[in-house]
Design a protein around this ligand. Structure first.
Ligand SMILES: [Zn+2]
Length: 510
């Protein structure tokens, strides 16, 4: 790793007719120009590497797409991105130690490249989607997200867990979006900004994994360019190039952004913005499973129940830990004692489908954990009022980042094995929290497959017991667990052991 002079927290590229110049700021409101420029034609994209080096993507006048590192003392060697000709706003993110660059072809098709800066080749990211004037990218450890305005004036978010295959979702903005959006991620949250036909700023924010909803913000602030946006725990920071050439800065909670002109910095062209990664909190080096008894405010906390439940949970986790040790041999998960988290909401407030990530976020907030950098897999038991029998969930699990996630179970299963057996559900939902999909993602029968990640009833348990014969993992699942270096740092996928027949690993289809 070469030495570099650290740049202040906020970094922006502002383009004019001659290129793009790097501006820096310690607080996001007072900006300083540097001597660093790139020969960009139009829009640029910025991304911060895990070691806090700053990278940009830009088109030159001849239409070629480049990535290069920017320092306080200038731009380093630039690398040409191979593939079809592209145009418009490029996109850039760092993901799993690799650079992800996005751009649209001259036919407006979505193209993405993933790799080392000097080995990037653009490939089609979606068969049919067409984007207007460019793309935006944002990465969380679990997924990489792509945003664009479609040629049908729809606003789209596509996301991928491999950087190759993107699933399409869309938003319904209150005004017609114009041009490419900007996108930023913090933990499982995303913020998207785009300008509208009326030249106001449309800003969308996801809370947890809820659907993004666009809302008009900025009461009167007008923008001539795509707003540049960054999401962090303090809210949203946006830089706007106004129609009068002034640079505007907006900060705060998404629904109460305040806009102020930035003194002595003009912006006649596109602006891109990124935040330093220095100072992001970090959790333990590896994932720890933390059981949580989650009490809605209308369920009294019975200390006797908490003590009995905690004892059962520890027994079950010891069995599950031993099973993961038999499966992985060189590793298993550590776990800690059960804690109680009290919610301010009633149990029926969680009756909607996206409650899963609301609960994850509430637990992070209650425990002072940071959802973007957490290394905890929360094993959450939702405790219901006595006598309440409706099933609100069948049990659920999912990864938030590479090292964190949540498994959510109905609290009744701890003592009663109802509405499902605790032990078999526990190992399955923890599998989701560690990043595994269901077996049908590999083309297997969900009800018949031998894997932990199926619904096969022959794996069901009574009490903290192990089924005989025990469930297994598929070679594809061992491969995924081996790639989760935060959850299982001591486990590596070995084809000779985990795929003894040597069959090709199947691509993920769901
Ligand atoms: Zn499942």
């Amino acid at each position: 790793m070469h030495a570099h002079t650290a740049l202040p927290t906020w970094r922006a590229l502002i383009s004019d007719e001659t290129g793009a110049r790097l501006f820096v700021s310690a607080d996001g409101t007072h900006w300083q120009r540097t001597g660093t420029t790139v020969p960009a034609q139009g829009d640029t994209a910025l991304a911060c590497a895990p070691d806090d080096t700053l990278w940009c993507a830009f088109h030159t006048g001849d239409g070629a797409l480049y990535v290069c590192e920017l320092t306080a003392r200038g731009a380093r060697v630039r690398h040409r991105v191979r593939g079809p000709d592209t145009h418009g706003r490029p996109a850039l993110a760092w993901w799993h130690g690799r650079l992800v660059v996005g751009a649209v072809s001259v036919e407006d098709a979505l193209l993405v490249a993933v790799g080392a800066p000097d080995a990037l080749t653009l490939r089609s990211a979606h068969r049919t989607a067409r984007a207007v004037e460019g793309l935006a990218l944002a990465a969380t450890p679990a997924r990489v997200h792509l945003a664009f305005t479609g040629t049908d004036s729809g606003l789209y978010i596509a996301s991928s867990d491999d950087g190759i295959t993107f699933d399409l979702g869309w938003l319904e903005p209150p005004e017609k979006p114009v041009g490419a959006p900007a996108l930023s991620a913090w933990g499982p949250d995303l913020s998207l900004a785009v300008r509208s036909e009326q030249r106001s700023v449309l800003l969308a924010l996801s809370r947890g994994r809820a659907t993004l909803e666009a809302a008009q913000v900025g009461g009167g602030a007008i923008t001539a360019q795509t707003p540049a946006v960054v999401l962090d725990p303090e809210g949203v920071t946006a830089l706007l190039a106004g129609t009068d050439g002034a640079l505007w800065c907006a900060r705060g909670a998404p629904d109460e952004l305040t806009f102020e002109p930035v003194e002595s910095v003009a912006a006649t062209g596109p602006v891109s913005l990124v935040r330093s990664r220095v100072g992001e909190p970090t959790g333990p080096a590896r994932t720890v499973v933390r059981p949580v008894l989650f009490f809605p405010c209308d369920v009294p906390v019975d200390e006797g129940y908490v003590a009995r439940a905690s004892e059962h949970i520890a027994e079950h986790l010891a069995v599950a830990q031993a099973r993961y040790r038999r499966w992985l041999v060189t590793d298993t998960f550590p776990f800690v004692e059960t804690i109680v988290v009290r919610s301010a909401r009633t149990h029926l407030d969680y009756k909607k489908g996206d409650a899963f990530w609301d609960i994850f976020r509430e637990i992070c907030e209650a425990l002072g954990d940071c959802d973007a950098t957490s290394t905890t897999a929360y094993l959450t038991f939702f405790v219901r009022p006595p006598g309440f029998e409706d099933e609100l969930w069948l049990g659920a699990g999912g990864p938030s980042t590479e090292g964190s996630g949540m498994a959510l179970l109905d609290g009744r299963c701890i003592l009663e094995d109802e509405p499902y057996p605790m032990q078999s559900t526990l190992v399955h939902e923890l599998g989701h929290a560690f990043g595994l999909p269901h077996v049908d993602a590999w083309g297997e029968d969900l009800d018949a497959c031998d894997s932990v990640m199926s619904y096969a009833r022959r794996h069901h348990t009574v009490g903290p017991s192990t089924p005989d014969p025990d469930a297994q993992f598929l070679p594809e699942e061992f491969d995924l667990l081996g790639r989760n270096e935060v959850a299982f740092p001591n486990f590596a996928y070995d084809p000779a052991i985990h795929n003894p027949t040597g069959r090709p690993l199947r691509p993920r289809i769901a």
